[in-house]
Every structure is written in C-alpha cells, then in structure tokens.
Design a protein around this ligand. Sequence first.
Ligand code: HEC
Ligand code: HEC
Length: 458
Amino acid sequence: MKLNLMSLILAAALVAGPAMADRDDNDDDDDHGGPYTVSDSDYYFDGEPDPAKVELGRNLFFDKILSGNFNISCATCHHSLTDTGDGLSLPVGEGATGLGVTRDLGRGSDAVHERVPRNAPPVFNLGAREFVVMFHDGRLTVDPSSPSGFANPAGDDLPPGLDNILAAQAMFPVTSGTEMAGQPGENLIADAAAQGDLAGPDGVWAQLADRLREIPGYIDLFVAAYGDIDDANDITYVHAANAIAAFETVSWRADNSPYDRYLRGERGAMSRNAVAGMRLFYGKAGCAGCHSGPFQTDHDFHSIAMPQIGPGKGDGVSGHEDFGRERVTGRVADRYRFRTPTLRNVALTGPWGHSGAYGSLEAMVRHHLDPVNSFHSYDRTQVMLASRADLDALDFLLLDDPAVSDAIASSCDLHPVSLRPRQLRLLLDFLHALTDPGSVDLRHDIPRQVPSGLPVFD
Ligand code: HEC
Ligand code: HEC
C-alpha cells in the first residue's frame, strides 16, 4: 500500500491551523520529510545546553537537599525508572518512602497528610520551545508583559533571569508543603512556604540557595556551569532552576520514534497498521482536532468528561473538586477543562489523565470514543494508589455525588466517534509508534551519588 503522505499532511494542516501550514511552506521535500519532523532548533539551546549546566541539573533533580525535610527529590515523582512520572494515579509526596507503585504513605507524625491532587505528568520533550503552557490547568505560561516573563502563581515574586518556562516551573515544587517543603513546624523552609514567603531574604528560594552554598561539591558544579558565579555567595535558586531545565531538555528529549523516522523518510519505520492508525488519528477519529502539531497537542484546554479521583483542589461545595482551567481564568465555561497533553511516549506514561483515572492506554482511548458513557461506567478498580482508610475515603467522593457527576458529564466538549474494534487497534498501534526507543531505558540518567551525600535511592 502506498500512503499518500501529502494528502495526510494537508488534512492535518487543515485541522492544526496556520502554524503547521507555515512549516509545510518551509519544506521542499514534501514526499519524505514533512511538516511534523522535529529537529534541534525546536529545542532550547538548539538542543545543546552547556554540558556543565546539564550535569549540575542532573544532580539537583535527584537530590533531596531541595526538600524541607531532606526526604524527597524531583525524581521521586518524575523518575527515570518510571518514565519521568511515578507510575501512580496520584503522587505520594513529602513524608513517605519508596518509589513508584511501592511508595508507602510514611509513618507516625511524618506520614503524608493528603494525596497530591493531580497526576504527575511526564517530562518528555518539554524542552521544546512550543511548550509555553505548564501544568494541567496552565497556571504557568509564557507572558512577555510580566516582569519575570511568565504569568505564574507567585506573580511578581517570581524573579527575573529564568532561561525558559521549564526553569520557571522548577521554582514551584519546592514551595509546596505537600510536594517538597513539608508541614509548618517541621522545618524553616516549610514555615516560609506556609506563610507564602517565597522570594524574601528568609524565603523558600533564599534558604535553598543557602543550603547549596554550604556544599563544596555543589560550589564546584555551579562555578563550572555559570560565568557569573565566582564563589558560593553568587549561587541563587534561579541558577539551580535553569540547570534543572537544561537537564530536563537534554535527557528527556524524545523525537526519534518510528513516527519521527517515518516522517523523515524511512518508509519502513512504522508498521502498516501504525500507518493506518495514523490516518485514522488525523482523519476519521478526529484526534488531531486537539492533539495537533508536532507533539500532538494544541496546548489548549478542553473538557473530555474525565472521571476525577482523589482529594481535589479545594473547589466546589465539597471542597474536593478540581475545576481545572477555571481556577486560572475564573470563567465558569472553563470548568473541568484541562490541557491537551502531548502524546509523545504516551504508551509509557500511565496512569493517564489529569488525575490518573485510567490504568490502561486502551481504556483511555475508549473513553474518548464515547466519553459520557465511559464516565458513567468508570471502573474504579484500575486506579493505582497507596491505600490508607482516611485517604481512600476521599478517592471516589465526587463520582458518588450525582450533582457533580452530571456537571462533569455535561461539560464535555468531545464528540463521540464510532470506530470498529479493528480501527481502535490500529489507533493504538499508532500511539505505540510515538514511543522513542531511547526513552524506554533511562537508567543512565541516575547519578550514583549526589553532592549533599543524601541517599539517591529510596
Ligand atoms: C510529590 C510529587 C512531585 C514532586 C516532588 C515534583 N513534582 Fe513535578 N509535578 C507533580 C505534579 C502532580 C504535577 C502536575 C501539577 C498540576 O498540573 O497541577 C507536576 C508538574 C511538573 C511539570 C509540568 C509538566 C507539564 O506537562 O506541565 C514539570 C516540568 C515538573 N513537574 C518538574 C518538576 C521538578 C523540576 C521538580 C523538582 C524541583 C518536581 N517536578 C517535583 C508532582 C511532583
Ligand atoms: C476535544 C479535544 C480532544 C480530542 C478530539 C481528543 N482528545 Fe485526547 N485528550 C484531550 C484532553 C483535554 C486530554 C486530557 C484530559 C484530562 O486529563 O482531563 C486528553 C488525553 C488523552 C490521552 C491521555 C494522555 C495522558 O498523558 O494522560 C490520550 C492517550 C488521548 N487523549 C488520545 C486521544 C485520541 C487517540 C484521540 C482520538 C480518538 C483523542 N485523544 C481526541 C483532548 C482531546
């Protein structure tokens, strides 16, 4: 079968809008290359940040020194052994021990107070410039009119000098009591976080910089990575955040999937079934209406009637709902809308959805085909959560509330699509062809030890 790639590209360009059409104009070799191919220039630093900065970032990402109680690192929830997520529906934050599905809930007074209310997203390809919206509700976005360059939850407290939005993102997990800072009374960083003191002389970011300044191994790494750092006094948390972003950009770039190779002209790179699935994705199945562009996302917000599980974000009558995009815009029309995720490496990155409600990729895709019925017949046994009676009691509160269930179901922006079983399998074959084999084994990311001397392994 000879695929007419050009017609496919044109069809996709129509759904995806002008940005993609522009790319097409720039491409002379339509038959082989095409508008979707991703290259170095799509990434910050043209894909090659200073290796010294990357090495510093790698150490910081795996170092529990950035948490109030020295007990959790960025990697705990975005680990190389669990495909840059944690393998759970909802993360277990500060206070617990272990990794992935074996993570416990902590003991005694250190035990976790609540589940983290949203699924930990994968970090693949976020160093590509087009990702200008972060978090499931987009509360951090590129905004040249803000002093820091970003519209963000800390407003004008967010300092200038952040290299990109990924660096801006790295300023925030350390300020969350549940994720990394700990509870007030446990340590001075947690106290500052609880008072909302992020940027002050004794705020969260200054205290973290003080910690790093006292560790000789870090001083050497910072001096090697930055021209404007001569000695320990010059280190700031912004430098740390920029290094973390450089590490994420390089290590979790994923643009060598069978799909990428196919678009670069290697006709045999994708199976015939995956090619047929691609045509469905960009055609009859309507997926590219939202999952458009080189990374299969429009970076926009939609309600697809996803089952919400867990403690929620404090919204609604019960205080246990998550209003999604409305939390940022204040518009009721945006209630239950969440950002369209990229589908790169999606076969690796379950559980799926903003609260990790779906435990298999097939269930997640089936949900799209008939969202409202799928919502009402949601199978609760598929969640991946560590159990404790008081936390379990909140997990399905919303789904048991008929008024909330009706509201979520009727907010749905997604139209049902009728596919035959064979077509669903083809679509899944295409989603698997979005996996970069280089992302399957990421063990080489993990440092054997980190400058603080804190344990890297749980
Ligand atoms: C306790 C678990 C946890 C820890 C620790 C944690 N994260 Fe996350 N991370 C999350 C969750 C949950 C979200 C999504 C939050 C939301 O959308 O409201 C997230 C979102 C992100 C995102 C945005 C992804 C996207 O697609 O929008 C990035 C990047 C990220 N984290 C990097 C980091 C870095 C860097 C650190 C350390 C400084 C860190 N995380 C620490 C759980 C965690
Ligand atoms: C109306 C816009 C829209 C359309 C059309 C759409 N999706 Fe989605 N998709 C979304 C949104 C929004 C989410 C995230 C929902 C959430 O987390 O609440 C999502 C999530 C997903 C996920 C889970 C990704 C993850 O990382 O958790 C997969 C897989 C997916 N979509 C595949 C598809 C496929 C296949 C199609 C075509 C049959 C499709 N989507 C059509 C908007 C859409």
